[in-house]
Design a protein around this ligand. Structure first.
Ligand code: ZN
Length: 142
């Protein structure tokens, strides 16, 4: 499914995040990963949050993860999201162990059993207001 989504606030892209956002534009999720200790982390930072090494490479995510937590947004907290509600914002733990906030798509938002902590998710890219963005959907989606 390639539905048109709404609701985005343009990201502030600083020097640490350029590679990450170039990846997103190319529909690739590039995860900063420490060459010193192997920690994968998000958001992009100037150094590793575990060992403070500045030796970082960007590794393309496998595209799988688990639902860590979520919230159903039913009221737009910013006018940019007026056409987006209701939608789900989730904290997703990637297989690489980094956590990323993400939209969840291809779910029945009104089914209280649709979302379960730990459920398997997979990465998809969607268009939000014409911009490529990452999202996740249940791993079993058709
Ligand atoms: Zn490190």
């Amino acid at each position: 499914m390639n539905e048109q989504l709404h609701g985005i606030i343009e990201p502030v892209i600083d020097a640490d995040a350029i590679t990450f956002w170039e990846g997103v534009a190319a529909r690739r999720l590039l995860v900063p990963t420490c060459l010193g200790c192997g920690t994968a982390f998000l958001p992009p930072l100037p150094c590793c949050p575990t060992c403070q090494s500045e030796m970082i490479e960007h590794v393309e995510a496998e595209g799988t993860g688990q639902l860590y937590s979520w919230v159903v947004m039913r009221r737009a907290l910013d006018p940019a999201y007026a056409d987006a509600v209701p939608y789900v914002v989730a904290a997703v733990e990637l297989t690489e162990r980094a956590r990323i906030f993400s939209r969840l798509v291809n779910i029945d938002i009104d089914d209280p059993l649709a979302l379960v902590a730990g459920m398997a998710l997979r990465l998809v890219f969607v268009d939000i207001n014409g911009r490529a963005m990452w999202a996740f959907e249940p791993a079993g989606s058709p």
